[in-house]
Design a protein around this ligand. Structure first.
Ligand SMILES: C[S@@+](CC[C@H](N)C(=O)[O-])C[C@H]1O[C@@H](n2cnc3c(N)ncnc32)[C@H](O)[C@@H]1O
Length: 266
C-alpha cells in the first residue's frame, strides 16, 4: 500500500532548489498530454485577460497566449521559476511575471476574465490558505469570471480503491503516497520521474469537494464543478488508447471550475 513513507522534508523551497527538474516534469506524458488539453475544453481563452496564480516557469502563460489570450499575468513564489519564466517568450510584453505570494500581493480588482491555479490548491497547507486562494481569485475576477484549477482528484483519494498499489502509476512516470487517515489537508507525497533521470518530489494536500466549496462559496463563487481530465488527441495517437486505460480508470488529477457570481454579493 502506498502509505507512510514521509521520510523526506519537502516544502516550497523544492522549486528553488530544483527548478530544472520541475521544468523537466512538464514534458511527462501525464502532464503534456493531459493538462493543457483538459483546461482548453472548459475555457474561452480568446481575447481573455488571464491571471495565472502559481505560474511556475510560465508554461500555462505561454499556452494561453498561443491560444489567443489578450494578456497573462503570472505570479509565483519561487525566484528560480520566475527567472526561468522570464527567460522564455514573453509575447512582446503581453506576459508579465510577478514574484510574490498570491495570498499577499495587491491584485487589480475585477480585471481578469479567467484566473488559473494549476496545482495551486493542493499546495495550500490548511483550509485558511485555501480560503485565501479563493478570495484572491474572486477579487481579481470580473463578475461571472472563471477560476480554473487542476488538483489531486478528491474522489480518487477518498475512494475505497485508495491507497492504490505502490506502482499503480509508475508506468506513467509518477507515484503518489499518503499518510492515513485521509482528512482535510492530509499530505500526499508526489514523485515525478523525468525522462532525463531526474526526480522531482513534492508534498500536496488533499481537500474534499465540500471543503473546496466552502472556501469557494465564502469567497463569492457558485458551487464548483469537478470535471474529469481528458487525453489530447496527440497523446492518444502517440501512446495508443490502451496505454491510458488504467490511468483513466483512476485519474490522479481533475479539473475544478468555479464561476464567480455575476452580481456583487459581498
Ligand atoms: C506544482 S507547481 C505548478 C506550476 C505551474 N502552475 C505548472 O502547472 O507548471 C506549483 C507552483 O505554485 C507556486 N506557489 C505555491 N504557493 C504559492 C503562493 N502562495 N504564491 C505564489 N506561488 C505559489 C510554487 O512556487 C510552484 O511554482
Amino acid at each position: 500500500m502506498a502509505t507512510g513513507r514521509f521520510d523526506v522534508a519537502l516544502n516550497q523551497s523544492e522549486y528553488d532548489k530544483n527548478p530544472e527538474a520541475f521544468q523537466q516534469s512538464t514534458h511527462l506524458h501525464i502532464r503534456s498530454e493531459i493538462e493543457e488539453f483538459s483546461v482548453s475544453q472548459h475555457l474561452n481563452i480568446q481575447n481573455a485577460d488571464i491571471l495565472d496564480l502559481g505560474c511556475g516557469e510560465g508554461r500555462f502563460a505561454r499556452y494561453f497566449m498561443s491560444n489567443g489570450a489578450n494578456s497573462v499575468t503570472g505570479i509565483d513564489l519561487s525566484t528560480a521559476l520566475i527567472h526561468l519564466a522570464q527567460q522564455q517568450n514573453n509575447w512582446h510584453g503581453k506576459i508579465q511575471y510577478i514574484l510574490g505570494d498570491v495570498t499577499e500581493l495587491p491584485i487589480k480588482p475585477e480585471h481578469f476574465d479567467i484566473v488559473s491555479g494549476i496545482y495551486l490548491i493542493p499546495l495550500a497547507e490548511d483550509t485558511h490558505t485555501l480560503e485565501r486562494i479563493f478570495s484572491v481569485a474572486c477579487h481579481a475576477l470580473k463578475p461571472g469570471g472563471i477560476f480554473v484549477n487542476i488538483l489531486l482528484n478528491p474522489s480518487i483519494v477518498e475512494s475505497d480503491n485508495f491507497p492504490l498499489l505502490d506502482d499503480y502509476y509508475r508506468k506513467y512516470d509518477f507515484e503518489i503516497s499518503h499518510q492515513l487517515p485521509i482528512k482535510e489537508g492530509s499530505k500526499i507525497l508526489v514523485k515525478l520521474y523525468n525522462s532525463d533521470g531526474s526526480l522531482f518530489e513534492l508534498i500536496d494536500h488533499h481537500y474534499s469537494l465540500d471543503a473546496i466549496n466552502a472556501a469557494a462559496n465564502h469567497a463569492g463563487f457558485h458551487p464548483s464543478q469537478i470535471h474529469p481530465v481528458e487525453i489530447s488527441p496527440k497523446g492518444i495517437h502517440s501512446k495508443g488508447r490502451q496505454y491510458w486505460e488504467s490511468y483513466l480508470s483512476n485519474p490522479a488529477i481533475c479539473l475544478l471550475i468555479s464561476k464567480k457570481h455575476s452580481l456583487k454579493t459581498h
